[in-house]
Design a protein around this ligand. Structure first.
Ligand code: ADP
Length: 495
């Protein structure tokens, strides 16, 4: 089969003006960091984009103190509906600057512009709009009348959905009356810093949100700070474990959103055209760098060959290349380190005897790229069936009966998400009920909505983000004996 060639359709970079260096955002202003600055690059071209500051322990102490002051004097005393108004204002500014944010996200992260433009940034605005509406309705959060905020939240986010993960963290924290010190991932700090400019535009009171940049050590020092009341982390299971150890025995509250190895189950009565699109979206969206990616495809044995054939011919149409090109389906991986890990695990898959198929793509000579890949003949015990690859690599297993599908789907240390494809509603509901996963999608995959809770079982973490459930992570029932700084609340009250 031949395909028409697409002319290049790059999105303009003209509306994005980057500074040559970015400081830390503390108390409403950009300030120099005490540590050595580091570069952020485009993973597609390895071009130097800008220089980012590193926060030292002293900088972290300044940021936490600013957040504490803002909590005590302003944010926890402000009428709830006014907090809501700030969130609405932030949401609208995100919409106003959405094209610029999308370009920055694709440049810095490597994801295709059609994803950042049509998925990430619209969801960021949706998250702020949704939680803006909650700010004055906290009595209905399920924690009784007049639930209280916790205080200062330390939030650490990963690089796969940089601005979206920021929204997932900041929107509920602010709506519930907490103040924030957030650390973005070291390879993707850019949109968090543009977001800091938006906070200035919104005239958010200084100190309510502080953004500090740096690598893992900066994150660890933030978690360790004694004046932090709440830690929220999204990232690898390994780092999540170390944070859980660090926080154990302190009064800090913790929520963790970690890895996954989701089963995407296709029954023989599934609408196959839709299922193929769902499988592609499930594992190749954002180059598979998605914690809830449908990375384990469980196909009913009698339709295995047909599914694989259709999948391969669909993958042959995906265009890999410049993330800023509006025709691009598969962008760059976020870092060399990520590319090396995926390459290594794919080699393990081959060594373990699975059959590897990769789509034929022109791989650019600079940057970090990996062609969409499918492994068939994978066993439940294979490493590529058990470990999170976090890349565009699908492991295919088969099953014969519904019971076998459920057993295989649940045979994982993780439990973040799962997908079911079947035309039979009763089967979908019964299987969904039996799956140990925080989110189960039926005849779709990777759908996100601010009103829907998201989170894991087992090694995928604990706590929920999104919807009413997401509020609970930042609130305590008013009768609780939690160790809070309540001076401001007893005077002003979170309304
Ligand atoms: P990934 O493996 O997906 O890169 P990580 O868990 O290493 O994810 O990183 C997620 C976030 O956690 C990043 O912002 C990173 O800087 C931060 N981080 C890494 N190590 C630590 C640590 N020991 N304590 C706190 N934060 C950390």
């Amino acid at each position: 089969m031949t395909f028409l060639d697409y002319a290049a359709a790059p999105e303009s970079r003209a509306l994005l003006t980057l500074r040559s260096e970015y400081g830390l955002f503390i108390n409403g202003e950009f300030v120099a960091g005490g540590g050595a600055p580091f570069a952020t690059i485009s993973p597609a071209t390895e071009e130097h984009l800008t220089s980012i500051a590193t926060a030292t322990e002293e900088d972290i102490a300044t940021a936490v103190a600013a957040a504490r002051r803002a909590y005590d004097t302003v944010w926890s005393r402000m009428p709830a509906r006014d907090r809501g108004k700030y969130l609405y204002r932030i949401a609208r500014l995100v919409q106003e600057r959405s094209r610029e944010l999308a370009v920055a996200e694709s440049l810095d992260n490597g994801k295709p512009i059609k994803e950042s433009r049509d998925v990430d940034i619209p969801l960021v605005a949706a998250w702020f709009f949704s939680y803006a509406g909650w700010a004055d309705k906290l009595d209905y959060a399920g924690l009784g009348a007049n639930p209280r905020s916790l205080g200062v939240a330390a939030q650490i986010i990963p690089w796969n959905f940089p601005l979206l993960m920021l929204a997932w963290k900041i929107a509920p924290a602010l709506a519930t009356g907490n103040t924030v010190v957030l650390k973005p991932a070291e390879t993707t700090s850019l949109t968090a810093l543009l977001f800091a400019e938006i906070l200035q535009q919104a005239e958010l009171p200084p100190g309510v949100v502080n953004i500090i940049t740096g690598a893992g050590a900066t994150g660890a020092a933030l978690v360790a700070h004694e004046d932090v009341d709440k830690v929220a982390f999204t990232g690898s299971t390994e780092v999540g474990r170390s944070i859980a150890r660090q926080v154990a025995g302190t009064s800090k509250r913790l929520t963790l959103e970690l890895g996954g190895k989701a089963a995407n189950i296709v029954f023989d009565d599934a609408p196959l055209d839709e299922a193929i699109e769902g499988i592609v979206n499930g594992i190749f969206f954002n180059q598979g760098q998605v914690c809830c990616a449908g990375s384990r495809l469980l196909v009913q044995e009698n339709i295995h060959d047909e599914v694989i054939e259709r999948l391969q011919s669909r993958l042959a149409t995906l265009r890999l290349g410049d993330p800023l090109d509006k025709n691009t389906d598969i962008g760059a991986l976020n870092s060399r380190e990520q590319l090396e890990r995926i390459t290594e695990l794919a080699a393990v898959g081959e060594a373990e005897g699975a059959q590897r198929w990769s789509s034929v793509c022109d791989i650019p000579t600079t940057g970090f790229w990996f062609a969409p890949t499918i492994f068939t003949g994978v066993h439940t015990s294979s490493r590529i069936a058990r470990e999170e690859i976090f890349g565009p690599v699908l492991s295919v297993l088969t099953f014969r009966t519904t019971a076998e599908a459920i057993a295989k789907a649940n045979n994982t240390p993780y439990g973040l998400s799962a997908g079911i494809w079947s035309e039979k509603g009763s089967r979908v509901l019964a299987v969904a009920d039996a799956l140990r996963a925080g989110v189960v999608w039926a005849n779709t995959f990777n759908r996100f909505d601010p009103t829907s809770p998201f989170g894991g079982y087992k090694e995928s973490g604990y706590g929920r983000e999104g919807g009413r459930h997401g509020l609970a992570a930042y609130l305590t029932a008013s009768g609780d004996n939690a160790p809070l700084r309540t001076a401001a609340e007893t005077q002003g009250g979170v309304q």
